[in-house]
Ligand binder design. Structure first.
Ligand code: F6R
Length: 610
């Protein structure tokens, strides 16, 4: 969502903060702002739009100072505008605050502060914090104490950085619900909401936990709880490499990430799929193995693309391992008083590991006694830390807002979990050797799909002006239809719907005419003939069919106007291959329409508000 960067050190803060903000732009980017402590004052600059707008407005020699902080904003309260961009100041311009999260009781606090004579500039929830801190400082006491008291009055979530011109040389940092990490460089400290903003400067970091508070100055970093109890944090080592967060010659991060998939899937399998020994090893599940084996039911929680991965996981876990599985939108789960049993095992799937809804849902399940596990990409993220075990997907940093490589790695990990459980539970009639070999062959097969990118680009040119799209699939390819439609909506802003192919005749078939593009996923699996009947129904109504079909399907050309070929694999693993052309199709459609592929409007990479 929004991005935070802070700097205390011996170098000029502004360029370092700006550079960090650029690395965080993918999280939220409708406006950006910067504040630096200079000659006993706070100087500030804010701009609507991208960080580059802020950078071009920054004139040489202005904003000189070695303590500073900046923010990229994704609007929640108040439209994107300069006044609503962070930082937010108090009445005297002496206290500045940047904030990720939502202050839920801001209107009550604001009313009181207005009645006490405070003058507000913005429509944001964040601004109440600067005025509240100002108000509390009037009663005496230092900045640290005032921030602490203010946070005790606040309901909601926050990751904040605060500075004051009256107490130069320091930044105050606190976290509840929105991630913050502090990096230790040489004679400098950096603060960020995401480690990718730090990796250029240091690998040594501490992660703040909820309810923790830090004062960062040249004297060091002192960490305490919000209730002022000293805590010792252990310094951790970042494992991401700088080139992983750069575009590496590709026009967009999304295209780079689509093309990385043979490698990222291999990374998800590495050391876990041991084909020669005929075993699957998942170290992160060892400690909870007994719980997993005794589980009467698996519940999968996630949002967006991660939820789609969960749906495919349900097909695998029920279809191969025979374990009753339910998949829920994390955002719905917590508000419907779900029945959770101690014998339930819950998997939270999340690329970022920070999605507020997923985190809240897993906390709910944990509180009700379930064993909670994670399938997460970002190492050290909140979901990874709050679960009792789990499996990292090892897809590497995903910067493009539309999730691609994380999805295929989530599916790969779900396949591994399925095989592990099926074997441990002694499920009969599963040909483990075949399935393991199929998994092992997936990276190469994804590589083959990618070779067809040129053809998919041509198809995108044909359909770039379409107003609507339908995506149809059955069985484990139904979630792939959902995912294909989501990708198209997200980055090319074309209305698209994913549907189970056979459900079409119960309503959406009314939409089909000679203008409607219909993407049909028709692998030669056990239900091929059924899906073909549904494709016939589309053809009979003159819909424009784009088929994703296997290389050896000689008949599909008679039905479809365009055919995209994918290699064959074992049925339940098909989604890992079939989604790749849909990712490419949405990418090329977006490029043809001239939209901002990596940073689509209104979206943020990591959704840390409810
Ligand atoms: C879609 C997309 C989102 C995320 C969703 C969950 O391309 O990126 O739908 O999948 O916001 O995010 P994570 O996986 O980080 O929990």
């Amino acid at each position: 969502m929004c991005g935070i960067v802070g700097y205390v050190g011996s170098r000029q803060a502004a360029p370092i903060v700006l550079e960090g903000l650029k690395r965080l732009e993918y999280r939220g980017y409708d406006s950006a702002g910067l504040a630096v402590q200079q000659d006993g004052k706070i100087v500030m600059l804010k701009k609507v739009g991208k960080v580059s707008h802020l950078e071009s407005a920054l004139h040489a020699g202005t904003m000189a100072g070695s303590v500073g902080m900046g923010h990229t904003r994704w609007a929640t309260h108040g439209e994107p505008s300069e006044v609503n961009a962070h930082p937010h100041l108090d009445c005297l311009g002496a206290i500045a605050v940047i904030h990720n999260g939502v202050i839920e009781n801001y209107s009550v606090l604001k009313k009181k502060l207005l009645a006490d004579g405070h003058r507000f500039q913005s429509d944001t929830d964040t601004e109440v914090l600067s005025h509240l801190i100002e108000d509390l400082q009037k009663a005496g006491g230092d900045l640290e104490q005032a921030v602490r008291q203010a946070l005790h009055q606040v309901k909601g979530t926050y990751g904040i950085v605060v500075m004051s011109s009256r107490e130069p040389g320091k930044l105050i940092v606190a976290r509840k619900g929105s991630p913050l990490v502090i990096g230790f460089g040489e004679e400098e400290y950096l603060i960020a909401s995401d480690p990718s903003a730090l990796v250029q400067h240091t690998r040594k970091v501490i992660y703040l936990e909820d309810g923790e508070f830090a004062v960062v100055s040249m004297e060091g970093v002192s960490t305490r709880t919000l209730d002022d109890v000293a805590i010792q944090k252990s310094v951790e080592e970042l494992t991401i490499e700088l080139e992983q967060i750069e575009r590496g010659g590709f026009e967009h991060f999304m295209l780079k990430e689509i093309h990385e998939q043979p490698e990222t899937i291999r990374n998800s399998l590495r050391g876990r799929l041991q084909v020669d020994e005929g075993v699957v090893k998942l170290g992160g599940l060892e400690q909870v193995k007994d719980k997993l084996l005794a589980a009467r039911r698996i519940i999968i929680l996630g949002c967006g693309t991660s939820w789609h991965a969960g749906l495919v996981g349900e097909y695998m876990l029920e279809g191969i391992a025979g374990i009753p599985t339910e998949v829920e939108y994390a955002s719905e789960f917590r508000y419907r008083n779900p029945v959770i049993m101690e014998s339930d095992v819950v998997f939270a799937i999340s690329q970022s590991g920070e999605t507020a809804d997923t985190l809240a849902a897993l906390r709910e399940a944990k509180a009700k006694g379930a064993t909670v596990l994670g399938i997460v990409n970002v190492v050290g993220s909140t979901i990874a830390r709050e679960t009792q075990g789990g499996v990292y997907i090892h897809a590497g940093p995903e910067i493009g807002v539309a999730s691609t490589k994380a999805f295929t790695s989530q599916l790969t990990v779900l396949a591994l979990v399925t095989l592990l459980l099926a074997r441990a539970r002694g499920v009969p009639h599963v040909d483990y050797t075949l399935l393991m070999n199929e998994l092992d062959a997936l990276p190469g097969k994804v590589g083959k799909v990618l070779e067809g990118a040129g053809r998919i680009k041509e198809i995108a040119e044909v359909f770039k002006d379409a107003r609507n799209f339908l995506y149809l699939g059955r069985g484990s390819n139904f979630p792939v239809a959902l995912e294909g439609a989501l990708k198209l909506k997200e980055i090319s802003y074309i209305h698209a719907e994913g549907y189970p192919a056979a459900e079409m005749k119960h309503g959406p078939i009314a939409l089909i005419d000679e203008k409607m593009p219909v993407v049909c996923i028709v692998p030669k699996d056990a239900i091929y003939d059924k899906v073909i009947s549904n494709v016939q129904e589309v053809k009979a109504r003159r819909g424009r069919i784009i088929a994703v079909a296997n290389e050896d399907d000689d008949d599909i050309g008679d039905l479809a106007e365009f055919v995209i070929r994918v290699p064959r694999t074992f049925g339940f693993f098909g989604p890992i291959l079939n989604v790749v052309p849909l990712q490419l199709l949405s990418y090329y459609m977006a490029v043809a329409r001239g939209t901002n592929v990596d940073q689509p409007r209104n979206l943020a990479k990591s959704v840390t508000v409810e």
